[in-house]
Write a protein that binds this ligand. Structure first.
Ligand code: FAD
Length: 494
């Protein structure tokens, strides 16, 4: 237990900012000169109800292990506690004799609202809470258009951001911490963040190194080897052409500011300016999702375009299950859904294809797809995921128009031209040559037999005719528009 003589300690509450470098809350706490208590709270209870999904929990386990070691190596302790933060944090402050608590804002609307209440409770106990902005490049509150209103469209948002961005260097990691009282800590294993029976995460180990060192290594290797081709390769799921920084960014193991400076520095040395600008614009999309959530509220539950409240979604449990398992009979969709299950990650192009297929061809509500991604992605980011699902659905800010229905076959032929992506993730089709792999149902019985494929047996028949699915989607859209307009005429809100 805490030594009772401990006074005037500072507490740093780690959340989705599992890093030492460029961590404004940690930096300010160290600057305060007080002995520090570092804590991570595994939040349970109903005060946020936003626990990480299963794949993210796997990531969290490993990331906390590494953060704990890093903090110990510079003289501190990472205390692990479990329970509702609104109870655990005040209790910890008393136990450790803290007069100040430092944390970085979550940028998730419900969590930030809860944290404001928590800060008032702490103030009532004589503890000062200090919040910092750490997860985005742009301060959403300050970044407004010429009329003082928030941006709704990405391009002007990002153009203006590029002019205004604060070029402050990333903050250094502390070299030494003055540890506060040593506290009792939970054993990480007792939180059961990793799957056991079955251990569906065996494929994750090969792909990922969670933690701050892993994040830095990933960025260095991407800049050195792949940035040069990023613009040409980033849309190709069959090529390892993107940074795969997303889980590291989602867990705050590296800050967007660090990525910004390192990418710019690399561009200056190598001349790869356009490639770096493209990468940074993607980081800009990440910022935009948080920006929208800050200004327009919770996208996980509410359509940005309220006309979509009238969308005639179909209850389609069998199709939803086939989509989740990668058994739809549409190779590009199945490859992507299996990549997600096996590795906890999916390429951006195939995220768009699979989301469009679920929403439009199958008519399933985007929220059901969003929930599956939240559970299965190691990079699940509540703001980005919700904004992206709404982008595909057509209900989001600056969204793709609803009637743009991705055709998974033509997408496959364009972005996986030799079929290698499908071949890797859908091995039962591996012997179908070239583009034929994208349309097994169009191939002759002879060709299928030679490739060892029996539709309906070794690989499913398509669960929907793509042309019919598209027509149904467009009809549903027309019906939504008619209902929404009728409701407006009657003065009924969505
Ligand atoms: P890179 O191309 O190397 O991009 C660098 C970084 O920029 C990424 O790590 C990510 O932080 C950011 N980024 C890239 N593309 C986007 C984008 N379209 N929108 C916002 N940020 C972007 N990304 C998540 O981080 N978490 C999610 O939960 C998530 N859910 C998505 C759901 C759907 C339906 C779709 C279409 C996209 C989703 N994305 C999500 C965005 C994107 O697919 C991933 O960020 C990207 O595939 C991650 O791979 P990468 O790190 O190699 O990307």
């Amino acid at each position: 237990m805490a030594s009772s003589s401990a006074t005037d300690t500072a507490l740093v509450w780690f959340r989705r900012d599992l890093r030492l470098a460029d961590n404004p809350a940690l930096h300010a706490a160290v600057q305060s000169g007080r002995p520090l208590v570092c804590v991570y709270i595994h939040e349970t209870g109903s005060d946020t109800a936003l626990a990480p999904g299963a794949a993210s929990a796997w990531w969290l386990h490993h990331s906390l292990t590494r953060l704990g070691h890093a903090i110990e190596s510079i003289g501190g302790q990472l205390v692990l506690r479990q329970g509702p933060a609104s109870q655990v944090l005040p209790a910890l402050c008393q136990e450790a004799g803290c007069s100040e608590v430092f944390w970085n804002r979550s940028d998730i609307p419900q969590i930030d609202a809860r944290d404001c209440r928590l800060a008032s409770e702490l103030a009532g106990m004589g503890v000062r809470a200090r919040g910092f902005r750490a997860s985005t490049l742009i301060d959403p509150q300050r970044h407004l258009n010429g009329s003082g209103a928030p941006y709704r469209v990405f391009t002007p948002f990002w153009k203006a951001a590029l002019k205004e961005l604060d070029p402050r260097e990333a903050l250094p990691a502390p070299i030494r911490l003055v540890g506060g009282p040593r506290l009792v800590s939970d054993r990480l294993d007792t939180w059961h963040l990793r799957p056991t029976s079955p251990d569906w995460a065996t494929g994750f180990d090969a792909d990922w190194t969670p933690g701050e060192d892993g994040a830095n290594a990933r960025l260095d290797s991407f800049l050195a080897n792949r940035l040069i081709d990023y613009r040409e390769h980033r849309d190709r799921p069959d090529i390892e052409g993107t940074s795969r920084l997303s889980p590291h960014l989602a867990w705050g193991e590296i800050s967007p500011r660090t990525v910004w400076h390192r990418a710019r520095g690399h561009a200056e040395r190598s001349g790869q300016y356009q490639q770096a600008e493209k990468l940074l614009a993607e980081i800009g999309w990440r910022d935009f999702a948080t920006y929208l959530a800050t200004h327009f509220g919770d996208f996980r539950t509410t359509n940005f375009n309220r006309q979509f409240d009238y969308f005639p979604w179909r209850e389609n449990p069998d199709s939803l299950a086939a989509w989740k398992r990668g058994q739809t009979g549409i190779p590009m969709v199945d490859a992507a859904m299996r990549q997600l299950w096996t590795t906890g990650w999916m390429h951006n192009r195939t995220r768009m294809i699979t989301a469009s297929f679920l929403i439009k061809h199958l008519g399933v509500h985007w929220r059901k797809g969003m929930a599956w991604f939240e559970d299965t992605l190691v990079d699940a980011d509540l703001n980005v995921n919700a904004a992206s699902w709404q982008w595909v659905a057509g209900s989001g800010a600056d969204a793709a128009p609803y009637f743009r229905v991705f055709n998974p076959v033509t997408q496959g032929e364009k972005f996986d031209p030799d079929g290698d992506y499908v071949r890797r993730w859908v091995p039962e089709l591996a012997n179908l040559g070239g583009k034929a792999i994208h349309t097994p149902w169009h191939q002759s019985t002879d060709m299928l037999a030679k490739a060892g494929v029996t539709l309906g047996k070794t690989y499913p028949e398509p669960i929907i005719d793509l042309k019919l699915g598209r027509e149904q989607a467009l009809e549903a859209y027309q019906s939504m528009k008619a209902d929404a307009e009728a409701a407006t005429a009657l003065g009924i809100d969505g």
